[in-house]
Design a protein around this ligand. Structure first.
Ligand SMILES: [Mg+2]
Length: 213
C-alpha cells in the first residue's frame, strides 16, 4: 500500500504531552470544584478542542466562563511542558525513515504546535507549509475539516492519505474525512476505544514502517 500523504496528530503521537496535560487539566478542574479521575478526563477531553473543554466546564458550573478565565493556568501548562515534554518513544526514527510526504494536523494552535515540536527537537521535520492547526478551519476534530484541509493543501486525495492518531476524537475525524487511520494505543487511550472508531491499532512506534508498507 502506498500513500501520498501521512498525517500525524501532534499531542500523544509526536510529543508525549497528554500524560502531562491531563494532570494539569485535573488540577484546573479541581480548582473549580469538579473532581474527575484521570480516566474520566481522558474519556471526556483527550483529543478535543480547547473550546469543548471550556464549554463542558461552563456547563458543569451552570455559567459561562469569562474570556480570561484561564489566565492563572496558562503558566501551569507552559511550565510543565518546558520541564517535562519528550518526543513519543520511537517517533524520531519513524520521521527520519519515512519516504512519503508527511505533515502534522493538530487541534492545538500554531504557536502551541511549534512550541511543542521545538521543545522536543522535532520541528526540523516540519516546514511551515506542513503544519496545520484547527485555527485554519471552521471546526476542529472530531469534524473532518482539518484533515481534509491538510490533504487538499498538499495535493493528496483523502483515500491516498493515512492518519496517525491517539484519540477517539482524532480517529473519528479521520474516518469522517475518508482516510485510513492508524491508532496509537501506546499512550493514554485504551486500544478498544480506537479500534471501535475504525482505527488499525498499534502500541509501539517501531510498528509504523510495516503498517505503512
Ligand atoms: Mg492526540
Amino acid at each position: 500500500m502506498s500513500h501520498d500523504l501521512i498525517i500525524f496528530d501532534c499531542d500523544g503521537v509526536l510529543v508525549d504531552s497528554e500524560v502531562i496535560a491531563v494532570e494539569i487539566d485535573r488540577r484546573i478542574l479541581a480548582e473549580f470544584g469538579w473532581h474527575l479521575s484521570i480516566d474520566e478526563i481522558v474519556d471526556r477531553f483527550l483529543g478535543g478542542t480547547e473550546e469543548a473543554f471550556v464549554a463542558q466546564l461552563g456547563a458543569h458550573l451552570g455559567r459561562p466562563l469569562p474570556p480570561d478565565w484561564d489566565a492563572p493556568y496558562v503558566a501551569w501548562y507552559r511550565e510543565a511542558f518546558e520541564a517535562e515534554l519528550q518526543p513519543v518513544l520511537g517517533i524520531e526514527s519513524v520521521l527520519s525513515g519515512i519516504d512519503a510526504p508527511f505533515c502534522v494536523a493538530s487541534n492545538g494552535s500554531h504557536a502551541k504546535i511549534r512550541h511543542s515540536l521545538g521543545l522536543t527537537g522535532l520541528l526540523e521535520h516540519f516546514p511551515d507549509e506542513h503544519i496545520f492547526s484547527a485555527q485554519d478551519v471552521a471546526h476542529g476534530k472530531p469534524a473532518p475539516d482539518l484533515f481534509r484541509h491538510a490533504a487538499r493543501s498538499l495535493g493528496a486525495a483523502p483515500e491516498d492519505c493515512v492518519v496517525i492518531e491517539d484519540s477517539r476524537s482524532g480517529v473519528r475525524a479521520a474516518r469522517a474525512a475518508g482516510m485510513r487511520v492508524l491508532g496509537y494505543a501506546g499512550g493514554l487511550t485504551p486500544a478498544a476505544w480506537l479500534a471501535d472508531e475504525g482505527a488499525t491499532v498499534f502500541t509501539d512506534m517501531t510498528e509504523v514502517p510495516a503498517l505503512l508498507a
